[in-house]
Design a protein around this ligand. Sequence first.
Ligand SMILES: Cc1cc2nc3c(=O)[nH]c(=O)nc-3n(C[C@H](O)[C@H](O)[C@H](O)COP(=O)(O)OP(=O)(O)OC[C@H]3O[C@@H](n4cnc5c(N)ncnc54)[C@H](O)[C@@H]3O)c2cc1C
Length: 636
Amino acid sequence: MAPQRSVKQEVKPTPTPTPALFDGNTKPARVVYWHRTDLRLTDSPALSTALSIPHIEAFWPIWCFDPEYVYKHRVGLNRWSFLLESMKVISEEYGKLNSKQRLWVFRGRPELVLKKVWKEWGITHLVYEKDSNAYSRIRDQRIRDLASECGVQIIEVHGRHLYDPAEVGKLNSNKPTMTLHQWQSITNKMGPVGRPNQPPERIPDPGDGHLGTEGDEDWGRYEGEDLNAHIRTEVDTCFEHLTGPLVDPFSVPTMSQLGFLPSTTTIRGGTVEAHRRLSLFLSNPTAVATFSKPRSEPTSLEPSTTLLSPYIKFGCVGVREIWWGCKEVIDTWRKKGGKGETKEPENMFGQLQFRDMYACAEACTPHFERIRGNSVCRFIDWSLQNQYDPKSGQEISPRPRSDNEEAEERFEAWREGRTGFPWIDACMRQLKVEGWIHHLARHSVACFLTRGQCYISWERGMEVFDEWLIDWDPASNPGNWMWLSCSAFFSQYFRVYGLVSWPQKTDKTGALVRKYCPELKDYPDKYIYAPHLAPIGVQQKANCIIGEDYPLPMLDEQACKNLCIARIKNAYSLALHGDAPEVLDGSAEEKLRVMHEETGADREKSGAERGEEEREKRRKRSGNESLDGFFKKQKV
Ligand SMILES: Cc1cc2nc3c(=O)[nH]c(=O)nc-3n(C[C@H](O)[C@H](O)[C@H](O)COP(=O)(O)OP(=O)(O)OC[C@H]3O[C@@H](n4cnc5c(N)ncnc54)[C@H](O)[C@@H]3O)c2cc1C
C-alpha cells in the first residue's frame, strides 16, 4: 500500500527564484529563455523565474534546432510534425502577449548558437528548465562551462517532473528508484507536489534581433550518419541559414524544409490542444476520481486514457497542472458525496508517479537504455541483442545482421504488423500511423516481442518505439521495456498476455483490428483475433484467405511461450545484471546456452514431447507422488 501523505503538510509552491539568486543584479538584464521540451507558458517554474529577473531590458524566448537531434536521433514523421506544431502554437501565444514577441528559432548547435547570441545580443542571463536525462546532462554541462567563460549567468530550474529526479536520487543515496513504493517513501519527505505557476500576463520586449551572418552555414553542420535518412524524401534545407529562410527569419521550420513528407497522425500538437484534452478529462469528476489504468480499454477506438503523454513529452502541459487539476476535482467530488475513489498506483496520481519513478531510475543508472553495462537490467540471453566492440564498449555500427535469420524475420514482421496475430498487428500498425497506442497495447506488443513469444531483445523493440512514439521519453521508454520484458521493475515472467483471450476481454468484436487490418474487416467476431482458425468457406466469404491475403501466425503461441518461460527461468537462476563481468566478457551467454541445453530449453518441444511432459506431471500428482509424500512425511 502506498504511504499516505500527511494532510498537515503545507503545500510547497513550485520553486520560485530566491532573492539571493538575483542579489547584486542592479544592471539592466538581457535574458534568453531557452525552450527545450517545455513548450508552454503555463505551469513553468523556469519561465516564471526568467521573468522575475529584475531590470529586464530585453527578453528572447528561443529554440535551438539542434542537428544532433535532427540527424543523430531516430525520430518518426509524427513526432516531427507534433513538435513543429507545438513550436508554432507557443510562438503565437508569445505574439498574443506582446506583438513584438515570438519564439525565436535558431537552426544550429546550441553551444554555437548561444555563444554567438550571448556576444552579439549582450546577454546577461540564460534560463532554462532543467532536464535530468543522460543526453541533457552532457549537453548542459557544455553550456554551463561555456557560460562561465562568457560571464553569462545560467539559471536552471526544475519543472519537468513532480520532483527533481536528481534530488530524489540524492535522497536515495544516488541509487535508482526501482519501485513506486520506494519513490513514494522518498518524495513523501520532500513535501507535497508544488502548485502550478500562473502563466505570465506580459512578456518584455526583445532587443534588436540583428545578428551577423558570419559562419552562418556552419552552425548546422553534422557529419555523422543521418538516422532519419529513410524518411527524408525531399531536399533538406533546414540548416541553410542560422535563422531560417531570409524572407522569414527565426521561423519554425516546416516539414518540407526538413526534407519530410507530411505526417500521418491525427494527434495535433501544441498547448491549446493539450489544455483542451486536460479540461475534457477533468470535466467528468467521477471518471477522474475512479480512474483505473488496469480497467481502461486498449481495444477502444477512442482513447480510454487521457492521451496527454505527447503533450507532457513536449511540455505543452505541465505535470503540476494535471496533478492539481485532478486533486481539486476529486476533493470537490468527495465533498459532494462521491464514493469508490481509486488509489495509487492505478489512479491518475499513480500514473504521473510512475513517470517520475522512471526518471529517477534513469538519472541514477548509467546505460539505462541498453543491457550492456546497465546495473538494474537482468541479463537474459535474448536474440538480436545490441553488439558492442569489446575494446571501445561502443555499439557496432552499422549494426550487422544477426545470423539468427528466424529472429530477424520475426522482428521485421512484428515491426511491420504482419505477424499473423491480428491484435499485435493492429497495435503495431496503429503505432506507426498515429504515433501513440494505449498503455496496455504497449504491454501486449512488448511482451510478445520479448518474454512472451519471440525472445527478442527489448533493446530492439525500444528502438522502434523510440522512432515512432510521439511521446517518446528517454526514461519511460527503456524503463517500461525493462518492466515488460521482466528485465527490471517486474519479475512475473510466467504471466503472459494471450494474443486472443486478452483483447477479447474488452472487445469481442475486434474494432481496432478491423480499423488497422482492413483486410480482416469482414471476418465474423468469432475469428477476428484468430482468423487462421476460420474454415475456408468463412475465409472466402470474408474475402481474405489466410496465408495469402493476411499472414498465417508466424509462430506457435503456446509452444513459444513455454520456451521463453523455460529460458527466462534459467536466466533468473543465473542472476546476472548488465554490468556483471560475465555479461561484459560474453561468458554469461555461453553459460546460459549450456543451461538451456541441460534443461531442454534450447528448442521448441514437439507436440509428442509436450504430451509426455503433461503425462509426467499428472503421474507425479497421482498415486506415486502421494506415496513419495507419505514416505517423506514419515521420515519427518
Ligand atoms: C513498452 C512501453 C513503452 C513506453 N514508452 C513510453 C514513452 O516513451 N513515453 C511515455 O510517456 N510513456 C511511455 N510508456 C508508458 C505509457 O504507456 C504511456 O505514458 C501512456 O500510455 C500514455 O497515454 P496517456 O497519456 O493516455 O496515459 P494516462 O494513463 O492518461 O496517464 C497519464 C500520464 O501518466 C504518465 N504515465 C502513465 N503510465 C506511465 C508509465 N507506465 N510509465 C511512465 N509514465 C506513465 C504519462 O505521462 C501519461 O501521459 C510506455 C509503456 C510501455 C509498456
